[in-house]
Write a protein that binds this ligand. Structure first.
Ligand code: ADP
Ligand code: MG
Length: 421
């Protein structure tokens, strides 16, 4: 009995394995179909293991192949489904199971059922998806078993032996299918929700910084205007005119720079993992924050190791994380102060620090930092730090905060360094 329970639990574990791996599958490249390849591999593995170690209960041998087959097909699509069918048939042949032809004939019609559901599946609601997975599973089971039993001349024994028990097992497996879809969809929704928060928090930063950008752009415009007026004077020497013109161009360039940095940050970008040169990013982040810092009398200092500091990650997300942190630092210095960005390499890691000379935090405040909706500001969302922490964590980085009241706060981010080749 215990042996059977152990087998059953093992099968359940194997069948639920894809759920654990699913968040990683979601991260993989969808456009090139990489995620489908991974779904196909993971579910093939599940199929092979559950077919190798079937469960024997009350003289009835069964495994959870149909659960893996139906769910793998629903989430992977038609090609993955075809592949999984091939895996089942080939592996059954390798195992030397009898009545191979009868099995193929009884099994293939279920493919049509799956295809019908696969086409509709993506647009369904959670409940509809759960019901579909149960229906797909039940129909695979019923169609293939009845046809198979009929073909091998065993139909009567299928109906007579262990009737209740037999259908009990099917109902249990239907439940497993439904629960599987529920857990998987919940994981998926949580991941989507997190992305949603990251996006909306970015829009908040974009709108917070907008006023200071507008202000910052007005300064060069005002000086350009002054110089153009000067250039209109009759008694202007050539060298003076050239000098005024040079200043005008420089000022306009500066305004253009501020606006273009701001706009590239505001623009939504798809997720992309690439090699990031840390020095460029810190320059970029400092540029985006410069207007905001000037607005609040904060001076920005950068100390960056000359070596190439390369890491791997999503550039736009990293920028967002650093801008969140830098923006908090600026806001922590209402009387002005110094915001310092540093980047060094230590023991195969890149360590980035963002330090301020602001109001600092108490122990209690530090403990709450990074928890959702914790904010001490009138118009704060309390999501900025949480978003930054989650971005750094997703890059397999570490983030530490040191703070002293009335002295200032320093954020230290540690991320694995990529060797330049
Ligand atoms: P928000 O900025 O919208 O308040 P955050 O999640 O970005 O939300 O920050 C949460 C809180 O953490 C802030 O309200 C502030 O009290 C505190 N905090 C974050 N960074 C600093 C810092 N550098 N110095 C002092 N307090 C900080
Ligand atoms: Mg903030």
């Amino acid at each position: 009995m215990f042996n059977n329970v152990r087998e059953l639990l093992f099968n359940l574990f194997i069948v639920f394995l894809p759920v654990i791996i699913y968040p990683y599958i979601m991260k993989t490249d969808r456009e090139n179909g990489h995620n489908r390849v991974i779904i196909a591999i993971v579910f093939s593995f599940t199929l092979v293991v559950t077919m190798t170690f079937p469960v024997v209960l009350n003289g009835l041998t069964f495994d959870l192949r149909a659960v893996a087959l139906s769910i793998g097909s629903l989430y992977g699509g038609i090609y993955v489904s075809l592949f999984l069918y091939a895996v089942v048939l080939v592996y059954r042949f390798i195992l030397g199971s009898p009545h191979q032809i009868a099995y193929i004939i009884s099994f293939l019609p279920t493919f049509l059922v799956i295809i019908w559901f696969v086409i509709k599946f993506q647009g369904l609601s959670l409940i509809q998806k759960m019901i579909s997975s149960i229906l797909v599973y039940a129909s695979i089971r019923l169609i293939s078993l009845t046809t198979y039993s009929y073909l091998i001349g065993n139909l009567s024994s299928l109906i007579h032996t262990n009737f209740l028990y037999f259908y009990g097992v099917i109902v249990a497996q239907c439940t497993i299918s439904g629960v599987f879809v529920y857990v998987l969809e919940t994981f998926k929704r949580n991941a989507q929700l997190r992305e949603e928060i990251i996006r909306s928090e970015k829009m908040k930063i974009v709108s917070d910084i907008a006023a200071s950008v507008a202000h910052e752009v007005r300064n060069p415009l005002t000086s350009v205007r002054g110089f153009i007026q000067l250039m209109g004077k009759d008694d202007l020497t050539t060298s003076n005119r050239q000098y005024y013109q040079k200043i005008c161009l420089e000022e306009l360039e500066r305004a253009e720079h501020i606006i273009s940095d701001y706009l590239t940050f505001a623009k939504p970008e798809p997720e992309k993992i690439e090699v990031i040169e840390m020095k460029n990013e810190i320059d970029y982040v400092a540029n985006v924050l410069t207007s905001y810092a000037n607005y609040q009398n904060v001076q920005i200092i950068k100390q960056i190791e000359q070596d190439e500091l390369l890491i791997l990650g999503d550039k736009n997300k990293l920028r967002q994380a650093l801008i969140n942190i830098g923006k908090n630092s600026i806001e922590a210095m209402p009387e002005g102060g110094i915001l310092t960005f540093t980047a060094h390499s230590i023991n195969g890691h890149v360590v980035i620090s963002v330090g301020d000379t602001g109001i600092g935090m108490t122990k209690e405040q530090m403990n709450r930092l990074g928890t959702p909706y914790y904010s001490t500001k009138d118009k704060g969302t309390g999501l900025g730090t949480m978003v930054s922490f989650s971005i750094i964590k997703k890059m397999q980085g570490k983030i530490e905060v040191k703070s002293e009241v009335a002295k200032g706060t320093t954020y230290m981010i540690t991320i694995a360094r990529l060797n330049a080749s």
